[in-house]
Design a binder for this molecule. Structure first.
Ligand SMILES: Cc1cc2nc3c(=O)[nH]c(=O)nc-3n(C[C@H](O)[C@H](O)[C@H](O)COP(=O)(O)O)c2cc1C
Length: 224
């Protein structure tokens, strides 16, 4: 079986995965729905979090049963870090292609939609194993990423909340229980993006606002 599998919080990686699955004619799954399946060829689309893969993806990469794997990371044009190398180390199958795609940052209101370059699709259709090179991360990028994210952005419930519990069911770290957000929260904002009542308000710290105003890193990096 061939598939595109995605992990997505604010929708960028999901949009990339949907487009890729359509172009390839592959099945489309969210990471949680692909557990226990065996694949011939998969493309995995996920966001960069704190210059690596999102922490809930570690167990997914370890358990993945696929012969050929393509790794595609969308990043918020800050720093793509070293996510593909770190993910490739956890995967048992052959990595055959990879890409870092500059996308809209989860914490910014505006940004462009991105697409997987055609050369990645060509490589997926003529697979040979590759080595993903190790890239540099900024110092401390891997140090307590969730705690750092929680310090720069806060999420508050507003009076629009109808206690439907959808946010709790969607949270990739199980951080919302009885409507309360615990320290397991990684500030991925999946709850905020998917709340049908738009009942969750986000407050960015001054440091984060200044950081987001800096010039962006726009590079598409392709491995094939
Ligand atoms: C907790 C968190 C950490 C992030 N860290 C980075 C980062 O280190 N570098 C970067 O360029 N973008 C970073 N981003 C932005 C996302 O990588 C980017 O917006 C991505 O396209 C979001 O994909 P999604 O909509 O599928 O969740 C971060 C976003 C979140 C929520």
């Amino acid at each position: 079986m061939n598939a595109v599998i995605y992990f997505s919080c604010s929708g960028q990686s999901k949009a990339v995965a949907e487009d890729l699955a359509k172009r390839l004619g592959y099945d489309l799954y969210e990471t949680g729905n692909a557990e226990g399946m065996i694949f011939e060829s998969v493309a995995i689309v996920f966001p960069i979090h704190c210059q690596s893969y999102p922490t809930p993806m570690k167990s997914f990469f370890k358990a993945l049963n696929a012969k050929h794997v393509t790794l595609i990371a969308t990043y918020g044009r800050e720093h793509c870090g070293n996510a593909l190398y770190e993910a490739a180390k956890l995967i048992k199958g052959d990595v055959i292609a990879g890409a870092y795609l500059p996308a809209k940052h989860t914490y910014c209101e505006t940004g462009d939609t991105v697409f997987v370059p055609e050369e990645i699709i060509c490589k997926m259709l003529a697979p040979t194993p590759i080595k993903i090179p190790k890239l540099k991360k900024t110092p401390f990028a891997g140090l307590l990423p969730s705690a750092r994210s929680r310090m720069i952005i806060s999420i508050k419930k507003t009076e629009n909340c109808v206690s439907c519990g959808i946010c709790g069911g969607l949270c990739p770290t199980g951080a919302i229980e009885n409507g309360k957000i615990s320290t397991k929260c990684i500030r991925c904002l999946k709850c905020v993006s998917n709340c049908p009542q738009k009942a969750l308000a986000v407050k960015k710290s001054r440091i984060l606002r200044q950081y987001l105003r800096k010039p962006r890193f726009e590079k598409t990096i392709i491995y094939k």
